[in-house]
Design a protein around this ligand. Sequence first.
Ligand SMILES: O=C[C@H](O)[C@H](O)[C@H](O)COP(=O)(O)O
Length: 259
Amino acid sequence: MDPVEEAKKLAAFAAVDRHVSKEHRVIGIGSGSTVPFVVDRIREQGEAVNRGRVFVPTGFQSQQLIVQAGLTLGDASQYPKIDVTIDGADEVDAQLNAIKGGGACQLREKVLAEAADTWIMVADYRKNSETLGESWKQGIPIEVAPFAYVAVLHRLAQLGSPTTAEQSTAVGAHGQVLTLRMGKAKAGPVVSDNGNFIIDAPFPREMMQRPAELLTKIKLLTGVVEVGLFCGMAKAAYFGNADGSVSVRQTDGSVQKVQ
Ligand SMILES: O=C[C@H](O)[C@H](O)[C@H](O)COP(=O)(O)O
């Protein structure tokens, strides 16, 4: 197996083994490339354990994973309280703040993170940073109501006062280029599972060092539906390493190596 894939698998398996117990009945399944390994490990807990469980997805991808694994699908509207949610991340900082939404799932992901008694992130070593924005350069994914996207681009640029603003991009005072995320095998913008657009907005390092403050400012912009900054939510983050170990980062900043 490719070393990065192996690292994702190690992180996912370690997180499931430590946080998904037999007693858990309602389980949130996140999005991204590490999450299939989460579902594999949960499936390995056996049919008898999984028969009595319901799995709530954060989007189309995880819904498919749940169905394909033969697990019981639930909806966030039926299960406002979740025992544990395990999710991927685009980047995690030393305080367990995270950038999420590289796959445009941040709205449902945040709903499931807030609903969960325990919210855990899993990723490979490339996502483990000191400060957000160190490795994830494309910016903070921001879900916006389609009719408001140009206004939001302007407002985001103004969070550092703009020099120019066009229809699908804007340049902020710090020179950062904010863009409307475009489809790859589709003409036009990416449309989220909720029918909204995504803006990717990079911010300078000094602002990324205070992610909770930045989150509040962005969230208050009219037209913003959800921001791909998850601050102070995770109980732990599991990172698979290239050497076959797993680093577990806790809320107090401590890091433990397992395996
Ligand atoms: O919107 C997508 C989610 O936030 C994912 O958890 C995140 O983008 C990580 O995805 P991947 O593991 O594919 O890099």
